[in-house]
Design a protein around this ligand. Structure first.
Ligand code: 13P
Ligand code: SF4
Length: 306
């Protein structure tokens, strides 16, 4: 796309967002040009807080399907748009409500903590949601109840280590983070011996065991900003480099692996943002029946975190 076309699209998006009273929310993994036009860029928790609080009539969710769906659950009177309807999350697809119901029947009394990276139907079967930035707090809020953590086994294992008690975890994973391994860390450390290693808890245990800091995307950005260190190896999706570079222009960031890319997060484009604002479609909705069952899990998470 040439600059003239890009600038034209941005002008159109700016006038459409005013005309339609829309807010554009973007996750840190989105393409840089999307982050640059967003009203707010954040991690999963910050984005759901924003979606719950906004007074805009239209929410353009530049992220993946479960994020837009959470916004639709929290703000049922708003029009929630996902610029590319097929932008899903393969980890969210690794648990479905029917299988979860069967597992709950095998584990009477268990409390289900579900990572927000899950469908509305799965949230409807869960006691409370969490994100990677509040998972420890959420799990601790349940005292010594038996917990089934779905669907991310890596995050569940990380939290179990933090709270020093076993959790039952669903065998799901994020393909983008799961493909990073210990050898990537050792190799990067050899190449950049002065750099600190910051990774996301969706990475395998063999990766977070080797890291200097483990946290959500917002946590990684905050850590890099506050650290006296000047160089960082980043173990999460490559889109985060844009915000890191913006916040810390004098520091150096190296991606742990060039494989750290989420194809679904990269499906948004300026053209699709413009088109969805013109057409008010693709729209993400949740049936009233599922919404009424799912909202409790999201609201309990927001209450624990506020
Ligand atoms: P956070 O932004 O909450 O760290 O989530 C990471 C992620 O994988 C979102 O899909
Ligand atoms: Fe899902 Fe992983 Fe992509 Fe996040 S980075 S949307 S968890 S596949």
């Amino acid at each position: 796309m040439n600059n003239e076309h890009r600038n034209q699209l941005i002008v159109e998006i700016n006038s459409l967002r005013k005309e339609k009273n829309a807010i554009i929310l973007a996750h840190y993994y989105q393409p840089a040009e999307i982050q640059d036009i967003a009203d707010f860029v954040g991690d999963s928790l910050q984005l759901s807080q924003k979606a719950a609080a906004t007074e805009a009539e239209v929410i353009v969710f530049c992220g993946v399907h479960f994020m837009a769906e959470s916004a639709a659950i929290l703000s049922p009177d708003k029009i929630v748009l996902l610029p590319e309807a097929s932008a899903g999350c393969p980890m969210a697809d690794m648990v479905d409500a029917g299988d979860l119901r069967k597992e709950k029947a095998n584990l009477p009394g268990v409390k289900v903590v579900c990572y927000v990276n899950s469908s509305a139907e799965v949230k409807a079967e869960s006691d409370i949601c969490c994100t990677s930035s509040n998972a420890e707090k959420v799990v601790n809020s349940l005292g010594d109840e038996d917990i089934l953590f779905v669907p991310d086994a890596n995050l569940g294992g990380y939290i179990a280590g933090k709270i020093k008690r076993p959790l039952k975890v669903w065998p799901g994973f994020c393909p983008t983070h799961h493909r990073l391994n210990k050898e990537d860390v050792l190799k990067s450390r050899r190449e950049y011996p002065n750099a600190e290693v910051l990774v996301h808890p969706e990475c395998r245990e063999e990766v977070w065991q080797e890291a200097d800091y483990v946290g959500s995307t917002a946590g990684i950005i905050k850590y890099a900003e506050n650290s006296a260190g000047q160089e960082f190896i980043i173990g999460t999706e490559c889109g985060i480099l844009h915000e890191l570079q913006k916040k810390c222009p004098d520091k150096k960031f190296y991606l742990l692996s060039d494989q750290a890319i989420c194809p679904n997060m990269k499906k948004s484009s300026l053209q699709k943002v413009r088109d969805c604002l013109v057409n008010l479609s693709p729209r993400v909705t949740v049936s009233q029946e599922i919404r009424e069952k799912a909202i409790g899990a999201l609201e309990r998470m927001l209450a624990v975190t506020s």
